[in-house]
Design a protein around this ligand. Structure first.
Ligand code: 1HE
Length: 265
C-alpha cells in the first residue's frame, strides 16, 4: 500500500539557513504559492529532525507573495480513502513533531495563510502576521475537510464557533481582525513579519533550554488536564527547570544586579 508517510522529501523546497542559534526554514514553492505537496511536508519533517543541537529556536516563513496556499490540491485527486487517511496522519505526525519538538517555532506570516497553510501555522508556537496576511479555511467550499490537525488546533486559537463559520461560509479574516481574534500574537506592517519573527526567535533562543522545553511540552498538556493533574504537572516542571545550573546562575545574576530588570517600554 502506498502511503504519503513514505513520500520522498523535496528538500530543495524547504531551504535552511542557520543564523547563530536561530534556524530559518523557508518554504520555497512560490510558483504554487507554497502549496503543500507530500514531498514538501516530508521535507519539513526532515528539516526539523535535522536541527543541530545549537539551534534554540526556528523561524518558518514562505517565499513569494504568500505564506502557504494549503494542501496541493493536484495531489488530492490521486488519493483513495485509505491513502487519504494515511496522508492526513502524515501531516499530524510532522506537525506534532513541530509543536512538541525540541525548540519553539516562530511563524512569519504574509499573504495567504489558508487551509493547510493555516494548519501549519497553528502548529507553531508564535505567529507574527504582517498586514498583507489573510486567514481562511476554503476546505468547506472545496468539498473536503481539514486533515492537518486544524479541527484540534484552530478552535484553540479562535473558538470552534468561529472555525465553523469560516468553513461553512468561506469567511476570510484580514490581518487586523484575525490577529485580534487570536490567529497571531503579533501584527506588523507589510513586509516586516520575517524581521520581527527573527528578533523574537533570537530572544526565545536566549532562554534557558529547559524553560522553553517545559513551555512547549507542558503548557498545552496542562491546559487539557483536570486542574488537579495540571497543578502536579506544573510542580514537576517547575522543580526540574529550577534545578538546572543555568536557572540558578540566571537568578543569581539578577540578585547581584547583573541581569536586566523587567522593562515597561
Ligand atoms: C495551487 C494551490 C493549491 C495555488 N494547490 N495548486 N487551498 C486552497 O483552496 C487555496 C487555493 N489557492 C488560492 O486560492 C490562490 O492560489 C491564493 C489566494 C493562495 C493565491 O492567489 P494568486 O492569485 O496569488 O495565485 P494563483 O494564480 O491562484 O496560483 C498560482 C499557481 O499556484 C496556479 O497554478 P498555475 O499552474 O495556473 O500557475 C494555482 O493553480 C497554483 N496553486 N494554490 C495546488 N492549494 C491536510 S488537508 C488541508 C486541506 C486544504 O488545505 S484545502 C485548501 C487548499
Amino acid at each position: 500500500m502506498s502511503t504519503s508517510l513514505r513520500a520522498t522529501p523535496s528538500l530543495d523546497e524547504v531551504q535552511v539557513e542557520h543564523r547563530g542559534a536561530v534556524t530559518v526554514l523557508r518554504l520555497c514553492r512560490p510558483h504554487k504559492r507554497n502549496a503543500i505537496s507530500d514531498g514538501l511536508m516530508a521535507a519539513i519533517g526532515q528539516r526539523l529532525a535535522e536541527l543541530p543541537e545549537t539551534t534554540g529556536a526556528v523561524v518558518l516563513h514562505g517565499e513569494g507573495e504568500h505564506f502557504c496556499a494549503g494542501l496541493d490540491l493536484s495531489e488530492l485527486q490521486e488519493r483513495d480513502a485509505v491513502q487519504g487517511l494515511h496522508h492526513s496522519r502524515s501531516w499530524h505526525k510532522v506537525l506534532s513533531e513541530m509543536e512538541f519538538g525540541t525548540v519553539p517555532v516562530v511563524a512569519a506570516l504574509h499573504g495567504a495563510v489558508v487551509g493547510g497553510g493555516l494548519e501549519l501555522a497553528s502548529a507553531c508556537h508564535i505567529r507574527v502576521a504582517d498586514d498583507s496576511t489573510f486567514f481562511a479555511l476554503p476546505e468547506g467550499s472545496r468539498g473536503i475537510f481539514v486533515g492537518g490537525g486544524g479541527s484540534v488546533r484552530v478552535p484553540k486559537l479562535i473558538g470552534a464557533h468561529r472555525m465553523l463559520d469560516m468553513m461553512l461560509t468561506g469567511r476570510v479574516y484580514k490581518a487586523a481582525e484575525g490577529v485580534a481574534l487570536g490567529f497571531a500574537q503579533y501584527h506588523v506592517p507589510e513586509g516586516q513579519a520575517l524581521a520581527k519573527a527573527l528578533a523574537l526567535a533570537e530572544q526565545v533562543a536566549g532562554n534557558a533550554p529547559m524553560t522553553n522545553y517545559a513551555l512547549i511540552h507542558g503548557l498545552p498538556r496542562i491546559a487539557e488536564q483536570p486542574a488537579d493533574h495540571g497543578f502536579l504537572t506544573e510542580s514537576m516542571l517547575a522543580a526540574i527547570a529550577q534545578s538546572a545550573p543555568e536557572a540558578k546562575a540566571r537568578v543569581r545574576a539578577f540578585l547581584e544586579g547583573k541581569a536586566a530588570k523587567v522593562q515597561k517600554d
